[in-house]
Design a protein around this ligand. Structure first.
Ligand code: NAD
Length: 506
């Protein structure tokens, strides 16, 4: 495949980069095409030895990079955005090949990386502090933002490029290098992307800004969490692993950004415009084969329209083309691994034990040409109650639970009654219900939408969740502040030394 060569990928690849590719000494990791089960390539993983060389290089780069003026850092980020733009086609194809999302979404993921680069370029001239009025005469108070240090970025398989970019582009303009540990399901995406950005950084003498270290949780993951040279760990992944990250990083008083599991609800009121709602639900629940943190998992539908909505959804699901994600007409590609298929099957079995009913889908699908493997499933719709244990859990697969609600209050109560709090949506034409949903009495999630689905956020907004989805925000708005340290300054330009609060001392 030409695009693999274009991205500098070989059959055997190094799993550590710190300004140059290192000769790794760890075990080999094979990467599989989830559509066929075939091996795409291998990566020699990093051990503690290469880990040390990576973090030391990133820290040394920090000591120099923090002195480069922020707008100049932005200029280099502009070049990174352009490098990704040039290779958008190849990068998108690699995402599709290794992760399994359809090509449109693979390209969309790379576009997200380009968009956040553009955003960060502007941000590099807007790292605004504050000028404050002092209570003391002849005194000035200010708030300054300073670079923080090298940032550890641990990413999930389902956004194998964009999440690195969300973190890195902002971190770079803020003055911080990044040490990236990608998912072991998608190591080639990380290597291919590193190969695209490294010529830009190497030409500036800053290759180690994009340090990459691929290795197991034991060899690499845990080291990142406990490494004092990394004052911020940005973790994207499951709530289970995130809980450990929170405790370990918190123990050394470092910061974390935690982007964890979602269990996103979409409320459909009886006045909803179904012409908008049905496609939004379909994209939200079947897109990326249900493997987005923002996937629509719970449909809270007003009982007056529930039968009609079920009928329309069943018709829409019948038309979903399952297949190789690189084929133009495919809407639903494979799950990432055979164990993800198992998890979907066991979730549906548990649902039926708890009293739920599968209305369609839920079967494994064998496609011609995928004899060696192929983790395809038929997306499922199931009737359920919100309190079922399985409904309270995030299953990373295309299962849409349909839950009937009596009225708006019932819908909000059920909507918020899950441990997670990432994205949410309501479809209604009643402005009072819409505004109430967005008010303090409404959705308890980090993201709440009206007449638009739960999935597919823009980079301009702050992205993140509440409750067991974690804390912190990535991407737009003022998320940049997390990658910097705040300093409050007081300058006395008078001839006296008055104390704050009028205290007289001696
Ligand atoms: P995962 O938790 O299995 O793995 C995430 C990352 O953590 C991987 O890089 C993995 O290698 C690493 N890891 C595993 N054990 C570790 C340890 N002990 N120490 C340090 N790192 C360790 O998640 P996944 O299966 O790759 O991704 C799916 C999950 O990610 C879902 O729960 C999904 O909702 C979540 N997710 C959340 C967001 C968000 O923004 N909220 C975005 C994407 C994915």
């Amino acid at each position: 495949m030409d695009f693999l060569r274009e991205l500098g990928l070989q059959h055997d690849n190094s799993g550590a980069y710190n300004g140059e590719w290192l000769a790794c000494t760890g075990e080999w990791l094979a990467s599989h095409d989830p559509a066929t089960g075939k091996v795409i390539g291998r990566v020699r993983q990093a051990t503690g030895l290469e880990y040390e060389a990576c973090v030391a290089a990133a820290h040394a780069a920090f000591l120099r990079w923090r002195e480069v003026p922020a707008p100049k850092r932005g200029e280099i980020v502009r070049k990174l955005g352009n490098a990704m733009r040039e290779k958008k086609d190849a990068l998108g194809r690699l995402v599709t090949l290794e992760m399994g999302k359809i090509l449109q979404e693979g390209w969309g993921e790379v576009q997200e990386a380009i968009d956040i680069a553009d955003f960060a370029v502007g941000q590099s001239r807007m790292l605004y502090g504050l000028a404050l009025h002092s209570e003391r005469p002849g005194h000035a108070m200010r708030e300054h933002w300073h670079p923080l240090g090298a940032v550890g970025v641990i990413t999930a398989f389902n956004f194998p490029m964009a999440v690195w970019a969300w973190n890195s582009m902002l971190a770079y303009v803020c003055g911080d290098p990044v040490v990236w540990k990608p998912s072991s399901e998608t190591p080639l995406c990380a290597i291919g992307l590193t190969n695209v950005v490294r010529p830009v950084l190497e030409a500036e003498g800053f290759g180690a800004l994009a340090t990459l270290v691929i290795g197991s949780g034991r060899e690499v993951g845990n080291r990142l969490l406990t490494d004092k040279r990394l004052p911020l760990i940005s973790f994207t992944g499951s709530t289970g692993v995130g809980r450990k990250v929170a405790v370990t990083v918190g123990e050394r008083f470092a910061r974390s950004i935690l982007e964890l599991g979602g269990n996103n609800g979409l409320i459909l009121m009886d006045d909803a415009d179904l012409e908008l709602a049905i496609p939004a639900i379909l994209f939200g629940s079947v897109g990326t084969a249900g493997q987005r943190c923002t996937t629509t998992r719970r449909l809270l539908v007003h009982e007056k329209i529930a039968d009609e909505v079920e009928r329309r959804l069943l018709r829409a699901y019948e038309q979903v083309r399952i297949g190789n994600p690189s084929h133009e007409k495919t809407l639903c590609g494979p799950l990432v691994s055979p164990s993800a298929v198992e998890e979907m099957m066991s979730a549906l079995a548990q649902l039926e034990q708890e009293g739920g009913k599968v209305l369609c889908g839920g079967e494994r699908v064998k496609l011609p040409g995928a004899e060696a493997g192929g983790n395809f499933v038929q997306p499922a719709i199931a009737r359920a109650e919100n309190h079922y244990k399985i409904v309270q859990t995030e299953t990373f697969a295309p299962i849409l639970y349909v839950i009937r609600v009596k009225d708006f209050d019932d819908a909000i109560r059920k909507h918020n009654d899950v441990p997670q709090g990432l994205t949410s949506a309501i479809f209604t034409l009643d402005v009072r219900h819409a505004e109430r949903f967005l008010s303090t009495l409404g959705s308890d999630c980090g993201i709440a939408n009206v007449n638009i689905g739960t999935s597919g956020a823009e980079i301009g907004g702050a992205f993140g969740g509440e409750k067991e989805t974690g804390w912190g925000r990535e991407s737009g708005s003022d998320s940049w502040k997390q990658y910097m340290r705040r300093q409050t300054n007081t300058v006395n330009w008078s001839n006296a030394l008055p104390l704050a609060q009028g205290i007289q001392f001696g």
